[in-house]
Write a protein that binds this ligand. Structure first.
Ligand SMILES: Cc1cc2nc3c(=O)[nH]c(=O)nc-3n(C[C@H](O)[C@H](O)[C@H](O)COP(=O)(O)OP(=O)(O)OC[C@H]3O[C@@H](n4cnc5c(N)ncnc54)[C@H](O)[C@@H]3O)c2cc1C
Length: 409
């Protein structure tokens, strides 16, 4: 059976934070865009819940902030940790000068649904769910489209530009043959959830002990729990009785008591592998990668969503007009990389430093970890907490919306 053919200006692969923001901004600027998402909905297991002050600033610039903040969310004004027996405040967002001085913890599916709903208001926005890109179509060394499997069968999408926003296991970057530099990550994460009681802590919370790290994110009536383990150790651990894992949780947060029994089997635990990598070159003629597809981010600092969104904003700023005019060139794609490469490198260098100096040694260590001097300084001089707050909450080289909403788009 022959494939259905679709023609568009831009085909974005992946309905994550990068892809949905990209699709929304292009459609708003009058560019016909098709966004493909392989899943049927955005309701997947944990994918990161953090909407940072700089993303909220973008919502404000788009005139969407009030509607956005009407979605259920929790405001987190500071990040707190426990290193060994010492409780430390790592960042205070109230010290920022941005419109929103907090991180909004919001299920990622609400954020993505919100962008999809607002995207659908524009004629040029076409979201194809349950559609998985499988291969690229190349003509004379230029990517001119892709092949995908949709619910109704095979589809070929021809586009002036294909954008790979399909995350850290990107099919697009692999099919395009783009080289990947692996920066390495010493850990993976086991996710599970436990019920939360109204009198539990309110803050997001991380505990560092010799050989283990446990992070708990307040999701209202439950805790999203991340147990950080040494890379590659999950198989061995998950062969053991689930009771061992319950004991490991209890050792980190004894106050959870019998609630650990809510983890009934390994089916209630999900392994998320952590990657830290980047492409030396993000583009080829007719193709650009953004977000995790261009640079997989570690969960450290919870900055990956923010970076993905910032990439989309920068890409839309540079590409919307040329795409509309049918005149996007390789030089435009190179400009997107040039704009976003530096923030990516700086942020990954920070993540690597934390991986190598804190996470790796804590996971490998037998002795009770102690807060390093920079962390002690944050405890002693509260104004210093504005520095990590800025780095995490706003990031390096924050982007602003320069695309205009096109009348009748
Ligand atoms: C364990 C863990 C925890 C994390 N926690 C946080 C956090 O709290 N805060 C934070 O900011 N960041 C966090 N991150 C990083 C964050 O998840 C990513 O940086 C961010 O999601 C990148 O967004 P993206 O849009 O580039 O890619 P993704 O969010 O990965 O989205 C890619 C999308 O593409 C779709 N897709 C993939 N292949 C195809 C295909 N072939 N065809 C069609 N669709 C396809 C996928 O289904 C997905 O919806 C975490 C990462 C890990 C590993």
């Amino acid at each position: 059976m022959s494939a259905t053919a679709v023609t568009t200006k831009c085909c974005v692969v992946g309905g994550g934070p990068a892809g949905m923001m990209m699709g929304y901004l292009l459609a708003r600027a009058g560019v016909d865009v098709v966004v493909l998402e392989k899943h049927a909905d955005f309701l997947r297991d944990f994918r990161g819940d953090t909407i940072h002050p700089s993303t909220l600033e973008l919502m404000q610039e788009l005139g969407l902030l009030d509607a956005f903040l009407r979605l259920p969310h929790r405001k987190v004004e500071r990040l707190v940790g426990e290193i060994g027996n010492v409780r430390v405040t790592l960042a205070e967002f109230t010290r920022l000068s941005s419109t929103c001085k907090f991180i909004a913890f919001m299920p990622q599916w609400d954020f993505l649904d919100f962008m999809a709903d607002h995207g659908r208001r524009y004629r040029g926005f076409h979201l194809m769910m349950r559609t998985e890109a499988t291969d690229l179509i190349e003509l004379g060394g230029r990517i001119v489209g892709l092949r995908a499997n949709a619910e109704a069968g095979a589809v070929e999408i021809l586009a002036d530009l294909v954008i790979g926003a399909d995350g850290r296991h990107s099919t697009i970057r692999e099919r395009a043959g783009l080289k990947v530099d692996d920066l390495g990550a010493p850990m993976d994460v086991l996710w599970t959830r436990l019920s939360r009681r109204p009198d539990d802590y309110a803050d997001a919370f991380g505990r560092f002990e010799a050989g283990r790290i446990f992070i708990m994110l307040n999701r209202g009536d439950y805790w999203q729990c991340a147990y950080v383990i040494a890379k590659g150790s999950a198989d061995e651990l998950m062969k053991r009785d689930i009771e061992d894992f319950r004991r490991m949780i209890l050792a980190m947060s004894p106050w959870l008591g019998e609630r650990v029994n809510e983890v009934k089997s390994w089916d209630d635990v999900k392994l998320l592998t952590v990657a830290l990598d980047r492409l030396p070159q993000w583009y080829r003629p007719g193709l650009l990668c953004i977000g995790d597809a261009a640079h997989a981010m570690s969960p450290i600092g919870g900055v990956g969503i923010n970076l993905a969104v910032q990439d989309a904003v920068a890409a839309a700023n540079i590409l919307a007009e040329p795409l509309r005019a049918g005149a996007a060139t390789l030089d435009h794609l190179a400009r997107v990389q040039a704009r976003r490469q530096w923030p990516t490198r700086v942020t990954q260098a920070f993540q690597r430093a934390i991986q190598n100096r804190v996470i790796g040694p804590v996971l490998a260590g037998a002795a009770q970890p102690k807060p390093p001097l920079p962390v002690k300084l944050l405890n002693w001089f509260p104004p210093l907490r504005g520095i990590p707050a800025r780095f995490i909450g706003i990031g390096v080289r924050p982007e602003h919306i320069h695309t205009k909403e096109v009348a009748g788009a």
